[in-house]
Design a protein around this ligand. Structure first.
Ligand SMILES: [Zn+2]
Length: 124
């Protein structure tokens, strides 16, 4: 399809510009497993793009949109008190809070409304 809005690419973790060709598919997330597992719609640039490859850095794509972030423990149980739905500009503070809790092993970040996976954060 041709992007008709800022579509977050799951490979380069940048927004596709309006008018850029993108693929829309359903992604089988490897985690969380069990009760909280769910597939996620994702966009990918139709043309090859360089994968995002940075450590200790939050990709830019959550920042300009409403997001939902869910924290999980080592057994893939959702840590309800550490979840967040709101402005992506708050992601640094919200991720720091979730990762300060020693139970948190990962956090997934989606768009708040359509639920597209934006990024997956793991404690290394
Ligand atoms: Zn891309």
């Amino acid at each position: 399809m041709i992007a008709d809005h800022a579509s977050p690419c799951r490979v380069c973790l940048r927004d596709a510009a309006i008018g850029e060709p993108v693929l829309l598919g359903s992604y089988h997330l490897p985690r969380p497993r069990g009760t909280y597992w769910t597939p996620s719609p994702i966009f990918v640039h139709a043309d090859a793009c360089a994968p995002f490859d940075a450590a200790d850095e939050i990709a830019p794509i959550p920042r300009p949109r409403m997001i939902s972030a869910r924290a999980y423990d080592a057994t893939d149980q959702c840590l309800y008190g550490l979840g967040f739905a709101g402005e992506g500009t708050e992601i640094d503070t919200r991720l720091a809070r979730a990762l300060d809790d020693p139970r948190t092993t990962s956090v997934n970040v989606h768009t708040a409304k359509p639920g597209c996976l934006l990024c997956w954060v793991e404690r290394l």
